[in-house]
Design a protein around this ligand. Structure first.
Ligand code: GZL
Length: 331
């Protein structure tokens, strides 16, 4: 009898210990998060990657423009991380400490976000991902992802190139920022589609960091190798393609003819290059994410549900369509 009571006591003590040893569910935030205090502005923290491309500038302007339209009820705190993840994490920690109501994050790379997103969750601050996705241990760590289908973009580029070259070409690839969702997925889509065409071969592939200058530098190096005949360039974004076009011209070749150029984004410079016959095709990746981002901000602030993923559509433009389309482009 005494033995049984001792056992019961031990079990009860163990359960009590577990209950108060931090195993309890996340405690709700004490401040910050979701709804602003009565009469106060909704405070939104936006961690932007940087200003590496004209696409990025268009995205920044779109989001800041939407905040400006709502300036009587929204305060936007903006941070430019110069493409460094540690600076984005610092910015998010600062937003959390300031008790913002909602965070918008354009994540420079896919991984390494769990700890800071857990801090935001602890404070009940919803996180909206724009433009690039992430890999996390628990997808409740972000509210929604608003981004294009990068695999489809890469696939479309490969399909167009295979058709244009009759399925026979040596291709060089200018990759976007290493570890970035857009770079990883565009490369996957392109390679998987190209694999269906045995005559299509990626003979060189290197990081151009989504930047015009670096795209030019990498293309110059590719062109110096006289042993490889280059038939086409696939650039993960238009800015690197525009850099490659400069390198091709500097090498005394005709871009768009001697070497085909295919890229993604659909920025104004790409349309100008297509009208000039120097770029052959670009797949649109719309950076004007401000309206969709603030639709999500307002829903979250009102405690309403949001879609986990919003796929931003885009279409393929080639030279034949460029002249008619360029006047209507918004970025
Ligand atoms: C795409 C975005 C990419 C663009 C580049 O959503 O992340 O980053 O394609 C930009 O131009 O630098």
């Amino acid at each position: 009898m005494i033995r049984q009571r001792r056992m019961n006591l031990a079990v009860v003590s163990l359960l009590a210990l577990l209950a108060f040893s931090g195993c309890k569910p996340d405690s709700p935030a004490t401040t910050g998060g979701g709804k602003p205090a009565d009469g106060k502005k909704l405070v939104v923290g936006f961690s932007q990657i940087g200003a590496e491309s004209s696409w990025r500038t268009a995205e920044t302007n779109s989001i800041r423009g939407e905040a400006e339209k709502r300036k009587d009820k929204v305060e936007l705190k903006f941070s430019d991380a110069q493409q460094k993840q540690e600076k984005q994490i610092e910015a998010l920690q600062a937003f959390i400490a300031q008790g913002v109501n909602v965070i918008i994050l354009a994540p420079v790379v896919k991984t390494g976000w769990d700890p800071v997103l857990k801090e935001a969750k602890q404070r009940n601050i919803p996180v909206i991902l724009v433009d690039r996705g992430i890999t996390v241990s628990d997808d409740s760590l972000y509210a929604t992802l608003i981004a294009a289908d990068f695999v489809a973009e890469g696939k479309q580029a490969a399909e167009w190139l295979a058709k244009k070259t009759g399925g026979k070409a040596n291709v060089v690839e200018l990759q976007g920022t290493p570890g970035a969702d857009a770079a990883i997925e565009r490369q996957k889509g392109f390679k998987d589609e190209l694999a269906k065409h045995p005559g299509m071969k990626i003979i060189k592939s290197q990081d151009g960091d989504f930047k015009l200058a670096k795209g030019k530098e990498v293309m110059e190096a590719f062109l110096k190798d006289k042993d490889s005949k280059i038939d086409a360039v696939f650039a993960h974004n238009d800015d690197m393609a525009l850099g490659a076009i400069q390198a091709i011209e500097d090498a005394g070749k005709v871009p768009g003819k001697d070497i085909l150029v295919v890229s993604i984004d659909g920025v104004k410079g790409a349309f100008e290059a297509m009208v000039a016959g120097k770029l052959n095709c670009t797949i649109e990746c719309n950076p004007l994410l401000g309206p969709a981002a603030f639709e999500a901000v307002e829903k979250l602030a009102a405690g309403k549900p949001v879609e986990k993923k919003v796929v931003v559509p885009g279409e393929l433009f080639e030279q034949s369509k460029a002249k008619d389309a360029i006047g209507g482009r918004k970025y």
